[in-house]
Design a protein around this ligand. Structure first.
Ligand code: ATP
Ligand code: ATP
Ligand code: MG
Ligand code: MG
Ligand code: MG
Ligand code: MG
Length: 302
């Protein structure tokens, strides 16, 4: 009904083009996943089934959108880098954000049962999406360093402790957190009562707890990780320490890559009969802060 007297309302739909020749980064984040992870009994602080499911949804997105040259995920979030020259959907912002976020979400739900065979979904999860433009390789490097620094398994711990309420078990956590801070400043804080140098037996508020955790250096966070979850940071899976990085990698015919750690690895059969090298999406748990990763893959920032 293009010619109808109602069609003028179309003029209210304004174009939202993204600046050409700039890097696009789309970041998705699970909506209220603190609750979602509780309701679906994720193991804390890092449920590896949930992380592998996120990786698989990210891989699905990269398979549908060749403009995505790199993805990085941790916890309930994933960032996708689109090449500067990407012209998908004529670089219309809302079309890109909504379609990619929607595909990621539906893929997460579609593959849920493969990763959580004994845990039916109680309700449909949602992800939010935002897209930011960056002018140069420098900001892209810094962006991914920022996200990786935020993860490294310390972010989930920070979040867990910040969220904790006042159950007896959580009280112990509070004591541990404060105890570590107080031990460090013991001499300057003679008023603090503590036993065995590690526990402070007085309640603290959420803000104090947050400030303490955020101000705590890595070594102390590792101690919290051990006290709270009996997990030794140095023994943690690389996945939990480094997050997941997905890249396209050239592989030779027949080469078997065990890239998806999930139960559903579809890549191998499709390689049969091919003689040319082709790109395969692989999942790495590597450092994105140092130069090595980027030096080996100059095409990502080209
Ligand atoms: P928002 O809607 O603002 O994003 P949120 O509850 O999702 O709220 P986030 O800061 O995104 O808050 O944190 C995600 C939370 O989801 C984590 O703090 C953690 O509790 C939980 N979570 C996500 N992934 C995992 C996982 N793989 N294993 C265990 N817990 C997880
Ligand atoms: P775009 O991604 O641009 O939206 P599109 O293929 O979805 O492309 P639309 O203009 O949204 O194009 O049209 C949706 C099309 O989907 C319809 O033209 C029709 O072919 C099909 N379709 C959608 N819903 C139904 C339905 N209930 N029954 C039959 N066909 C449907
Ligand atoms: Mg958020
Ligand atoms: Mg979230
Ligand atoms: Mg998050
Ligand atoms: Mg349509």
């Amino acid at each position: 009904m293009a010619g109808s007297r109602y069609a003028y309302v179309r003029n209210f739909e304004l174009p939202d083009p993204l600046l050409p020749e700039t890097f696009m980064v789309l970041r998705l984040d699970g909506h209220s996943f603190h609750r979602f992870s509780d309701e679906h009994q994720f193991t804390k602080p890092n449920d590896t089934r949930a992380l592998a499911l996120m990786d698989h949804a990210a891989k699905d997105l990269m398979e549908q959108y060749p403009d995505i040259v790199l993805a990085f995920g941790e916890s309930d979030e994933f960032s996708f880098l689109l090449r500067k020259s990407a012209s998908l959907y004529n670089r219309r912002a809302s079309k890109i954000i909504s379609t990619l976020t929607s595909l990621f979400t539906s893929s997460y739900v579609f593959r849920w049962a493969s990763y959580f065979p004994d845990t039916p979904l109680k309700y449909p999860p949602a992800f939010d999406g935002r897209l930011v433009l960056y002018p140069s390789a420098r900001e892209i490097r810094d962006y991914f360093s920022w996200r990786q620094t935020d993860s490294s398994s310390l972010q989930p711990i920070t979040a867990e402790i910040a969220h904790c309420g006042a159950s007896p078990h959580q009280q112990l956590v509070q004591h541990n957190v404060l105890g570590l801070g107080a031990t460090r400043r013991g001499k300057h804080n003679p008023g603090a009562r503590h036993t065995q140098g590690a526990y402070v037996v007085r309640p603290i508020g959420k803000q104090t707890r947050l400030a303490l955790v955020q101000g705590t250096v890595s070594k102390e966070k590792h101690e919290i990780l051990f006290a709270r979850f009996q997990v030794n940071y140095n023994h943690l899976d690389a996945r939990c320490r480094k997050g997941s990085t997905l890249v396209r990698q050239q592989i030779e015919d027949g080469e078997k890559l065990t890239s998806m750690s999930g139960p559903d690895t579809e890549s191998a059969p499709r390689l049969r009969g091919r003689t040319k090298p082709r790109a395969q999406i692989v999942v790495l748990h590597c450092d994105l802060i140092k130069d090595e990763f980027w030096d080996a893959r100059p095409e990502i920032l080209s």
